[in-house]
Design a protein around this ligand. Structure first.
Ligand code: HMG
Ligand code: MG
Length: 306
């Protein structure tokens, strides 16, 4: 019999539904619905909720309510409320909105960098440098997110060294945490381990996170594979909401309910109450007028209905 890999005892979930989940929705949702969603997720015990995105409203119209959302949410002590900030204009808005953490987001592929943030990887790092400095000077947490770390919708394969290079540049900028993102959900488990282990040569494994979209149905398997190599921070989206407006066909993030169901079964602590997340998922699915995409969420709702 082969020896079982030991998994982390505790995992931090970063709930990205209010940002990554909603940014691709065509119909404008009111700030009130988003505020209620963030509050429900934080009350469920989420340590970190990505609540806003201070990007150009021409590029991502759904996020144009970010200021109102940040002004309207309750702030639970200890909960980190994060906001995306592609440049200084975004940073200043996030600072004024009292974000606890700002997220600079780059890419491991040149082609995706151009499509998503309209500049090369090198230019993006130059844009992030003043944001990073200002975040540190203001005492905010700084997170770096690296898109297309497992494959790019425009250029296809992305070499391990390209991921490692952006990880090391983000480390130099002073990131507290770095997300390794599968923007289009193409990764498979062994590849996940290879990318995570390569990234961990450049940055402490304990501060690396996995951000998996579930386009090809691999996200839970990839999370398990990442747990096996010691990754203990994962992003997920309530009700499986989401997609990136600049990655056509990419579906939502892995559903938070599914991740929690798996982690609970593995005996891994998260501090998050699954039932309350199921309620939050039902709330946002109703607001969007469709059935939620979480398998565990739907199963638990069916069980409740008895
Ligand atoms: P640009 O056009 O190159 O920027 O866009 P610019 O500096 O030339 O400015 C052009 C206009 O945008 C100006 O307005 C600026 O004021 C405005 P105008 O004078 O034309 O009226 N502008 C802004 N407005 C509000 N907030 C700002 C801001 N900056 C400039 N911060 C820019 C560059 C980065 C702004 C643009 O490309 C953009 O907003 N991109 C957003 C892309 C995005 O949000 N993508 C989705 C999030 S990333 C993601 O989902 C991936 C992730 O989940 C991980 C994964 O799964 O891979 C994180
Ligand atoms: Mg994403």
């Amino acid at each position: 019999m082969t020896q079982q890999a030991s998994l982390p005892q505790r995992v931090k979930i970063v709930e990205v539904g209010p940002r990554d989940g909603l940014q691709n929705e065509k119909e404008a949702l009111s700030a009130d619905v988003k505020i209620e969603l963030v509050n429900r997720l934080a009350r469920a015990g989420m340590p970190n909720v990505e609540a806003a995105s201070f990007v150009s409203p021409k590029w991502v119209p759904q996020m144009a309510t970010s200021r109102e959302v940040m002004a309207g949410i309750e702030r639970l002590p200890g909960t980190i409320y994060s906001a995306l900030t592609p440049n200084m204009q975004g940073f200043e808005a996030a600072l004024a909105a009292k974000a606890d953490e700002v997220v600079i987001f780059g890419s491991a592929s040149e082609a995706f960098s151009q499509k998503n943030i309209n500049c090369s990887i090198a230019e993006s790092i130059a844009r992030f440098a003043p944001v990073a400095q200002a975040a540190k000077a203001s005492g905010l947490r700084l997170r770096g997110s690296i898109s297309t770390a497992f494959g790019c919708p425009y250029q296809g394969e992305v070499p391990l060294d390209a991921v490692a290079d952006v990880v090391s540049r983000m480390r130099e900028l002073g990131c507290d945490e770095i997300d390794i993102a599968d923007t289009i959900g193409v990764a498979t488990p062994r590849q996940t381990q290879a990318v995570m282990l390569r990234a961990a040569q450049e940055f402490p494994l304990a501060q690396l996170s996995g951000h998996f979209h579930d386009t090809y149905g691999q996200a839970l398997a990839n999370i398990y594979a990442a747990l096996e190599v010691g990754v203990a921070i994962f992003h997920s989206s309530v009700s499986g909401l989401g997609g990136c407006p600049y990655a056509k066909g990419a579906t939502g993030n892995v559903a938070t309910e599914d991740v929690l169901y798996m982690l609970n079964g593995l005996g891994i602590e998260t501090g998050v109450d699954l039932d309350q997340v199921v309620d939050a998922g039902q709330f946002i699915a109703q607001a969007l007028g469709r059935k939620g995409a979480s398998r565990a969420g739907n199963a638990l709702l069916a069980k409740r209905a008895g």
